[in-house]
Design a protein around this ligand. Structure first.
Ligand SMILES: NC(=O)c1ccc[n+]([C@@H]2O[C@H](COP(=O)([O-])OP(=O)(O)OC[C@H]3O[C@@H](n4cnc5c(N)ncnc54)[C@H](O)[C@@H]3O)[C@@H](O)[C@H]2O)c1
Length: 312
């Protein structure tokens, strides 16, 4: 299989390419990435010379480039996106360009070349938040931030291409990933970097906001399964059922680094901050046989240790 992975120099995309090159030694992967501040070729260093791998620097909104690359592959998997909620609150413009227009251009390319699959990597944030219960794939979308609104628009567009043109779209909506190679703007690497530099860590509000934490490798396994066994036109939630408030995650990081809790500084909450994300992943478990394999305590400790070794 020949795959165009977009955003493969970012956190999840780079882990996914590593996973796929290891699992499927005959697959060819082209990584198209704009190398925004969040993309880093260091994330791909260990497989840069793999003969089944090629990196192309470029933007998914560049129609000529996307069409040229799409003509060489059977499948597109779209990880490329602007992903930081705080940036989307300051200025949503780039989020609409990459997450909506970029998605449309990739969908058009999949349509033009009659691709076998188009996989849209989405997020649990498109459902908005809930204090109780779990969102299923049938729940309505109620995004809270310009980031999640742009991701929801990408999802809607993808499903519309399936309905209108029979483009073979599948969407995955996963929860908060943790793992190596994440840009240090997101909670885990950001806090570890600050702590190692001797600074305090800023926790939004009272830190009670709850996220479901999924190890990036379990997400990669889910995307691999969706690619091969997922049903066209369907959405799959991918969550680990590991709900933890941000304050608990912060205290866990401090404990692993052997630092005192007075390094926590509570700061004014993010506007529109979602209280709790919670998805029901029964569908992917029952239909595709996926389940998380990495235990949270052990997986989280390993990831903190990874950043400790890589930031020092
Ligand atoms: N990180 C999470 O916990 C999480 C959770 C749910 C869903 N997701 C989704 O997974 C995907 C990957 O997330 P991530 O955390 O790896 O993001 P990231 O910010 O680490 O990486 C995004 C990558 O996309 C590239 N990119 C951005 N705009 C581009 C463009 N216009 N053209 C080409 N490349 C472009 C960047 O250079 C970067 O390498 C995103 O679609 C995100 O919405 C992430």
């Amino acid at each position: 299989m020949r795959i165009l992975v977009t955003g493969g120099a970012g956190f999840i995309g780079s882990n996914f390419i590593r996973y796929m090159l290891g699992e499927h030694s005959d697959y060819q992967i082209i990584n198209l990435d704009k190398l925004t501040y969040a993309g880093d070729l260091k994330n791909c260093e260990d497989y840069a010379n793999n003969r089944n791998y090629e990196f192309v620097k470029g933007d998914i909104t560049n129609i000529q480039l996307v069409y040229k690359l799409a003509g060489k592959v059977d499948v597109i998997i779209n990880f490329a996106a602007e992903t930081h909620v705080d940036n989307s609150i300051k200025d949503p413009t780039e989020f609409l360009k990459s997450n909506v227009i970029g998605t449309q251009i990739l969908l058009d390319a999949a349509k033009k070349y009659g691709h076998e699959r188009y996989i849209q990597i989405s997020t649990d944030e498109v459902y908005g938040d809930t204090e109780n219960g779990f969102f299923t794939e049938e729940s309505i979308l109620k995004p809270s931030s310009p980031y999640s609104a742009s991701k929801a628009a990408g999802d809607m567009l993808s499903l519309a291409y399936y309905r209108t043109y029979k483009t073979p779209v599948i969407i995955s909506r996963c929860s908060n990933n943790y793992g190596p190679c994440q840009y240090p703007e997101k909670l885990v690497p950001f806090f570890i970097k600050k702590l190692l530099a001797g600074e305090n860590v800023p926790v939004y509000g009272d830190g009670s906001n709850v996220r479901d934490w999924l190890h990036v490798i379990d997400h990669c396994r889910a995307v691999d399964l969706i690619l091969h066994k997922g049903k066209i036109g369907e959405v799959y939630n991918v969550g680990a059922n590991e709900e933890h408030p941000n304050i608990e995650i912060t205290k866990k990081i401090l404990a692993i680094l052997d630092l005192p809790e007075d390094r926590i500084k509570f700061v004014e909450d993010r506007p529109g901050h979602d209280i709790r994300y919670a998805i029901d992943s029964t569908k992917i478990q029952n239909e595709l046989g996926w389940e998380p394999t990495v235990g949270f305590e052990e997986g989280f400790r390993e990831v903190v240790e990874w950043y400790k070794n890589n930031f020092i």
